[in-house]
Ligand binder design. Structure first.
Ligand code: SF4
Length: 63
């Protein structure tokens, strides 16, 4: 799977970074970004948990 954060939607709550810091981090504008867009298999669960936990649905995933 791949993940992508839409910076226009992100409200910088930090949830995705708390849940899955191996995949998400802050960008230079204080919005979340995916460090690894192509998610390694062993991190798919936490990457998906972040997708489901984002309060504004800013994280998009593709299979
Ligand atoms: S959970 Fe959503 S709104 Fe919160 S920092 Fe991550 S992408 Fe942004």
């Amino acid at each position: 799977m791949e993940v992508f954060v839409d910076p226009d939607l992100c409200i910088s709550c930090g949830t995705c970074i708390d849940l899955c810091p191996e995949i998400y981090d802050w960008d230079e504008d204080g919005k979340a970004k995916a460090i690894e867009e192509e998610v390694p298999e062993d991190l798919e669960d936490c990457a998906k948990e972040a997708v489901e936990s984002c309060p504004v649905d800013a994280i998009k995933e593709s299979p």
